[in-house]
Design a protein around this ligand. Structure first.
Ligand code: PGA
Length: 250
């Protein structure tokens, strides 16, 4: 049985005061343990505060929003996977559509980042999804299939079992336009089937999260789909009540 996972992607938002308040609200609302996995992905500089506030809560984990492909060295401005581990991260988001579009991350770079994460013991949450133009041109499966294959080719079967996938249609991110549960389920099932052709065990156990304007009001309809194992939450993760509402739908 795959556990529901709700991951909060705070993107480039917050300050010390708002981050502390948000963490306190989430911790208080969730309690010490539960039957879902909750992952908070703050901007890097808030990781020490997140680690300190969440470390005694077993259902709560935290992660980075990005990492470099190298483990150390002369890469000014970058953050390496082992540094995330140093602050207790268990997860890292890889290949978010904002990284792909604003920072030119190719399918190959995304695959290399997923490999770098696994190399140092982080679970990559690998994002993929089509733009509106691609959906309208009926290219969703082609695009998502290509993004998925790049990662699958780079990682072996065993590594795939330690990865999480997030399907995030680009047109639904931060727009208020959520994919319907049926639209999302169709792509999630496609991802699982494609994976299962070569890596049946990894496909069965793979947590495939949906992201794109998830709110407390639409979360349970999405999470009740057979191939949707949770969510990657952006805007609604910046409000403790909204985030908790989504967690409780899991
Ligand atoms: P959103 O963002 O929930 O604000 O649409 C999701 C994401 O970017 O991961």
């Amino acid at each position: 049985m795959r556990r529901t996972m709700v991951a909060g992607n705070w993107k480039m938002n917050g300050n010390q005061v708002s981050v502390a308040g948000l963490l306190d609200g989430v911790v208080e609302g969730l309690g010490k343990s539960g039957d879902i996995d909750v992952v908070i992905c703050p901007p890097f500089v808030y990781l020490p505060m997140v680690a300190e506030k969440l470390s005694s809560h077993e259902m709560l984990a935290w992660g980075g929003q990005n990492l470099d492909t190298h483990a150390s060295g002369a890469y000014t401005g970058e953050i390496a996977g082992p540094m995330l581990r140093d602050f207790g991260c268990r997860f890292v988001i890889v290949g978010h559509s904002e990284r792909r579009s604003h920072y030119g991350e190719s399918d190959l770079i995304v695959a290399e980042k997923a490999a770098a994460a696994l190399e140092c013991g982080l679970t990559p949450i690998v994002c993929m999804g089509e733009t509106l133009e691609e959906r309208e041109a009926d290219q969703t499966e082609e695009v998502v299939g290509r993004q998925l294959d790049a990662v699958v080719v780079c990682l072996g079967s065993e590594a795939l079992e330690h990865m999480v996938i997030a399907y995030e249609p680009v047109w639904a991110i931060g727009t208020g336009l959520t994919a319907t549960p049926e639209q999302a389920q169709a792509v999630h099932a496609f991802i699982r089937q494609r994976l299962s052709a070569s890596h049946a065990r990894a496909a069965e156990g793979m947590q495939i999260l949906y992201g794109g304007s998830v709110k407390p009001g639409n979360a349970s309809a999405l999470f009740s789909q057979p191939d949707i194992d949770g969510g990657l939450i952006g805007g609604a993760a910046l409000d403790a009540d909204d985030f908790l509402g989504i967690c409780k739908a899991g």
